[in-house]
Design a protein around this ligand. Structure first.
Ligand SMILES: C[S@@+](CC[C@H](N)C(=O)[O-])C[C@H]1O[C@@H](n2cnc3c(N)ncnc32)[C@H](O)[C@@H]1O
Length: 375
């Protein structure tokens, strides 16, 4: 949800490129999947600083922007997988878990789910306790626990390894699009659940490493698990700040809590079929509350205007569920900055059928505002 990857090839990449001419530092203040932080760090001679309220986003950004060289050796991957395998193969229930995995597709989804939910692997396997038999098969999530517990400790490798587990977990999660609710083990959704549970998680981790390891930044950057306004306060004249704030009226932490648990390495109590942690354990954002989003945006823009930086904002062109619209964002921006350029782009790389449906098309339209400091 909300990744700017497609838009980078669809107007946003050019807008960023045009503004990057003389810039030394770029701030990606709501980094999310880190698609924009990676894009800039890999292509431009500028230091990238990224922030997000979620730790998993910090990890994804750090895995690339904090390295200035590709990681070519894979010996560490073999020893990491070896350490994790030992943890699993030594476990008294491993044979049973491997058998359950083999039986996926041969037995019904509801039997597979209840057998998985009956397993308890002990305190050393917190992700398995929370998500086994829901978002993941017991075999997949035991691998997640074992890989998470045996991460390499060398700086430069730890975030890379953790990012590859996070991305692999996201690809394996048995849920539609994000981790807000797993598929149910019933007639209609059971086949999707089993299809997801059969994905080979450790192989996907290896392929994510092969994708991330060659990427690196031209200059060493830094990712922070931090409020955008706090990092914004460190910006200086000559910096460029990219803002892709929440537009959803539901907190992002509701959609990505499983990835957040993996990043943090602990889960706490979870409840319900969504396996949500307590509200107090989930980051909340004023940008996702319709009573506060306008004020939050205005406060952030005021800080950036005081810091005399250039800004690029993306926001849905129509009305968003956090109570703001593209027009509201434009009016707020004009209070603090000079609007240099205004473009509307599609959030998707292929427009296809959306063009036939005006409402769908409007949903997919995104405003790109390029702002310069009022001097
Ligand atoms: C629209 S998404 C960003 C998507 C990102 N540009 C990408 O390409 O994946 C908004 C992000 O802002 C984060 N967020 C929400 N409130 C925040 C705040 N006050 N400070 C920093 N990050 C925040 C959310 O966790 C979420 O990851």
């Amino acid at each position: 949800m909300g990744s700017k990857r497609a838009m980078l090839g669809n107007g946003l990449g050019e807008a960023l490129g045009r503004s990057l001419g003389e810039v030394n530092r770029v701030f990606d203040l709501f980094t999310g999947s880190a698609a924009v932080a990676w894009h800039i760090g890999q292509r431009y001679d500028a230091t990238v600083l990224a922030s997000d309220l979620q730790e998993y986003s910090r990890v994804l950004a750090a895995a690339v922007i904090e390295r200035t060289e590709a990681v070519t050796d894979r010996v560490w991957v073999d020893s990491w997988i070896e350490r994790a395998s030992e943890r699993l193969f030594d476990h008294a229930q491993w044979a049973e878990i491997a058998k359950l995995q083999e039986n996926l597709g041969k037995i019904g989804a509801s039997e597979a789910a209840s057998s998985a939910r009956d397993q308890y692997l002990g305190d050393g396997f917190p992700l398995s306790k929370a998500y086994g038999g829901y978002y993941f098969s017991m075999w997949q999530v035991a691998w997640l626990d074992a890989l998470r517990a045996t991460l390499p400790s060398q700086s430069g490798l730890r975030d890379l390894a953790l990012a590859s587990i996070i991305q692999a977990a996201s690809r394996c999660a048995a849920s539609p699009g994000h981790t807000a609710q797993p598929f149910k083990p019933n007639e209609s959704a059971g086949k999707f659940l089993i299809e997801a549970w059969r994905r080979d998680l450790p192989s996907i981790v290896r392929s994510r490493i092969d994708d991330i390891a060659p990427r690196h930044a031209k200059r060493e950057g830094k990712a922070h698990c931090m409020d955008a306004i706090e990092l914004a306060d460190r910006a200086k004249p000559g910096d460029l700040c990219f803002l892709d704030p929440p537009y959803s009226g539901v907190h992002y932490s509701r959609f990505y809590h499983v990835l957040e648990s993996i990043a943090r390495g602990d889960v706490g109590e979870v409840s319900g079929s969504g396996r949500y942690p307590n509200r107090s354990d989930r980051p909340v954002s004023d940008f996702s509350m319709s009573s506060r989003s306008k004020r939050a945006f205005d406060d952030l823009l005021a800080v950036l205007a005081r810091r005399k930086v250039a800004v690029i904002i993306t926001f849905p062109a129509g009305s968003a569920s956090n109570g703001l619209s593209g027009e509201d964002v434009k009016a707020l921006a004009a209070d603090h900055f000079r609007i240099e350029e205004e473009k509307v782009s599609s959030r998707f790389s292929t427009l296809g059928g959306d063009l036939k449906h005006r409402a769908a098309r409007q949903d997919a339209d995104e405003l790109i505002l390029t702002l310069s400091a009022n001097v």
